[in-house]
Design a protein around this ligand. Structure first.
Ligand SMILES: Nc1nc2c(ncn2[C@@H]2O[C@H](COP(=O)(O)OP(=O)(O)OP(=O)(O)O)[C@@H](O)[C@H]2O)c(=O)[nH]1
Ligand SMILES: Nc1ncnc2c1ncn2[C@H]1C[C@H](O)[C@@H](COP(=O)(O)OP(=O)(O)O)O1
Length: 227
């Protein structure tokens, strides 16, 4: 079996983690795992951790480390046969240490995007709450304005995407992410990408991953029968 590949993508809110993760998943056949999606699934299924997490998310707070690790680590342990890319976890040093005790990461991508760019993107971000699908009026607009492409349901904006809340969110990100970034730097697996446009950053990420992931994992390759 091809060697499994485990990666994490980090960056401030609006840096494009979700957008870039989708491209990586498509191009390299990794499973895209998102902490936000796991939380939404658990909330929808009313699991114990989901009920607990909801009380924090509703107040715009981070979910405590012990709830996050209880929720995510068993899911990662189940993925013994898959290569994956995790988006949104770990956020804190405690989460990173917990992840470390479960698996060895091959690579960490850190996105470094200027504040003005984040502010512009997020103030124009539209979300389909049920699925977590995101749109941006300039970059990837929905086919019908204000409506989700797949379900046709209305899109919403988050109050905490507006500039007033963003400064505090970014400061918080910088404080909690710094020790995580330092940890991955010291392990020699951190790769930082800076820029203002996802389309300009993507080719660099693509070529880095091409050197690290020789082929798509076996489970995803198609076997073409000999004639
Ligand atoms: N204008 C513009 N918008 C972009 C670009 N890349 C991503 N976006 C949009 O910017 C917003 C944020 O991108 P996401 O992929 O949701 O960012 P994220 O890092 O996952 O954000 P969080 O979930 O808040 O952590 C979305 O509305 C994207 O459609 C870009 O290069 N230019
Ligand atoms: N690793 C983590 N630790 C703590 N809370 C987390 C987390 N990942 C996500 N959350 C929380 C914060 C958000 O309020 C919520 C939804 O996550 P998301 O979809 O990644 O957020 P966003 O609203 O920034 O796009 O879950």
């Amino acid at each position: 079996m091809a060697k499994l590949f485990r990666a994490v993508i980090m960056g401030p809110p609006g840096s494009g983690k979700g957008t870039i993760s989708e491209r990586i998943a498509q191009s390299f056949g990794l499973k895209h795992l998102s902490s936000g999606d796991f939380l939404r699934e658990n909330i929808a299924a009313n699991t114990e951790a989901g009920v607990l997490a909801k009380t924090y998310i509703e107040r715009g707070l981070m979910v405590p480390d012990n709830v996050m690790t209880r929720l995510l680590l068993p899911r990662l342990e189940e993925m013994t046969r898959h290569s994956w890319l995790m988006d949104g976890f770990p956020c804190t040093l405690a989460q990173a240490k917990a992840l470390n005790s479960t698996c060895d990461l091959d690579l960490v991508i850190s996105l470094n995007i200027p504040y003005e760019t984040l502010k512009d993107r997020l103030s124009d971000r539209w979300i389909h709450p049920a699925s977590g699908r995101v749109y941006n009026r300039g970059f990837n607009p929905p086919r019908v304005q204000g409506r989700d492409d797949l379900s046709g349901e209305p899109l919403i904006q988050h109050d905490n995407d507006q500039p007033e809340a963003l400064v505090a969110r970014l400061r918080h990100y910088k404080d909690v992410a710094k020790p995580v970034i330092d940890l991955y730097k010291s392990k020699g697996i951190l790769h930082t990408f800076s820029g203002t446009e996802t389309d300009r950053i993507w080719p660099y990420i693509n070529s880095l991953l091409s050197t690290k992931i020789p082929s798509r994992p076996e489970t995803d390759t198609q076997h073409i029968p000999m004639p």
